[in-house]
Design a protein around this ligand. Structure first.
Ligand SMILES: [Zn+2]
Length: 151
């Protein structure tokens, strides 16, 4: 499992640079209660999940395409006190962009930090051969603002 700071720290410099052109269109924090088995696996307990959903676009891509391409992403805290997103608690992340699909999703999934949602779960042998648990520029932008604001 990984926390947000670990994912951001593993993200390559060029992705971080490109995150400066990313604009957050809207973001909303949501709570959902999930029923899971307790540690002794004897009874179901309720666990609150705190998730930040966002819609985002990239100014550079918009300039190239002549139109805005929106991506949906989320950062979900899955444990820890108050399920804070930025307090070193473990997270699960996702983004609808190609970079996340081809480079990040499987590598993060191997660390339990992403669900397989967009990719075919095959190892990214060419795009991320070292399986670095990194994120895309959209998640980097959103994750950085989460850490700044201490959500
Ligand atoms: Zn993305």
């Amino acid at each position: 499992m990984l926390n947000l700071k670990q994912i951001l720290a593993s993200t390559p410099r060029d992705v971080r640079q490109r995150s400066k052109n990313v604009v957050i269109i809207e973001a909303r924090l949501a709570y959902r209660v999930r029923r899971i088995l307790n540690s002794k696996k004897t009874k179901l307990i309720s666990v609150p999940l705190r998730t930040l959903y966002a819609t985002i676009y990239d100014r550079e891509t918009a300039k190239e395409l002549g139109k805005i391409r929106r991506h949906k992403l989320y950062i979900r805290a899955i444990d820890g006190p108050a399920h804070k997103l930025s307090a070193g608690n473990h997270v699960v992340v996702s983004c609808s962009c190609e970079n996340f699909l081809y480079v990040d999703e499987v590598a993060l999934n191997k660390k339990d930090a992403a669900n397989i949602r967009y990719s075919n779960a095959k190892l990214p042998v060419e795009t991320n051969p070292l399986m670095v648990p990194q994120c895309c520029k959209h998640l980097f932008r959103l994750g950085s603002s989460v850490i700044l604001k201490g959500m």
